[in-house]
Design a protein around this ligand. Structure first.
Ligand SMILES: [Zn+2]
Length: 135
């Protein structure tokens, strides 16, 4: 069942329920529809602006859910990696060249460090920064 906002030829707006859009077309074509205010059978679908706005809002997840997903990702990375702090770039190279046991590590690296590591074929990924980290 679909709800349509309807408008008669005189500009009265009202609502109607239909089994489907074809049911509306059939009833409109056979003049079975009439305005409850003036009885005019010239009835058309009115633009449904509020409906469109609501649907557009649903296409993007609310910011709270994005934050939750980022927090979960960050927590998972932190839980499964070893904090090597400022020696991150050095440690990442050692692991890459088999000079240290293979494991996931995290730490601080400058943009230049990260770029150099990537150039050497070492996978690095920035942790998402959350607003609360800047407190
Ligand atoms: Zn009317």
């Amino acid at each position: 069942v679909i709800k349509y906002a309807l408008r008669c030829g005189a500009g009265h707006e009202f609502e109607g329920w239909f089994k489907n859009s074809a049911a509306f077309d059939t009833q409109a074509d056979s003049s079975a529809l009439s305005c409850p205010v003036c009885g005019l059978s010239e009835v058309t679908k009115a633009p449904m602006a509020p409906q469109i706005v609501r649907n557009a809002g649903l296409s993007a997840p609310p910011p709270a859910e994005v934050m939750k997903a980022l927090k979960a990702l960050r927590a998972a990375v932190i839980e499964k990696s070893e904090d090597v702090g400022a020696t991150f770039a050095e440690e990442a190279r050692k692991i890459h060249y088999d000079e240290a046991p293979a494991r996931a590590i995290r730490g601080e690296a400058t943009v230049e460090d990260a770029r150099a590591l990537l150039d050497e074929g070492i996978e690095v990924m920035p942790l998402p920064t959350l607003p609360e980290d800047r407190n």
